[in-house]
Write a protein that binds this ligand. Structure first.
Ligand SMILES: [Zn+2]
Length: 139
């Protein structure tokens, strides 16, 4: 989870708080940052969720604090992977557990014929699986 910076140093991913219009605090946003030149950028795969959320806030948002992990599955997984209780586990096993958990939720949502919920869970699964090298079957 690192990439080269324009200055030649290495950029690392960290979970940061992004403050929008001095009002809305979005916690745990994965951001690439360079310790040498202090350049930073949002981790590209989570950009659609972040910009999508900011768009829903409108031009005059109410003060609020949200956890980006509630909006982005990848951010949620990174949050889990960096938390103390999971520090001895591999990212792969955390991802696998989360995918299994979401598949259970999907079955439950479908058995209750709750289309909106099923769609929400399916969207969360897609956020994970479209950025993972392992292929999961979502039949
Ligand atoms: Zn740099």
């Amino acid at each position: 989870m690192q990439k080269p910076c324009n200055c030649g140093a290495t950029m690392h991913i960290r979970l940061r708080t992004v403050i929008f219009q001095n009002k809305v605090e979005i916690e745990n946003v994965p951001i690439y940052s360079c310790d040498d030149c202090h350049r930073s950028e949002v981790f590209p795969p989570v950009k659609p969720e972040l910009t999508g959320y900011i768009r829903t806030l409108g031009p005059k948002p109410e003060p609020a604090t949200v956890s980006f992990g509630d909006l982005s599955e990848l951010a949620h997984l990174m949050q889990m992977a960096t938390s103390k209780e999971h520090q001895h586990r591999s990212v792969e096993s955390i991802v696998e557990d989360r995918v299994n958990e979401l598949l259970d939720l999907l079955l439950l949502a479908r058995s209750l014929e709750d289309g909106a919920w099923a769609e929400n869970v399916r969207h969360r699964l897609t956020q994970i699986t479209s950025h993972m090298t392992t292929t999961y079957r979502l039949s």
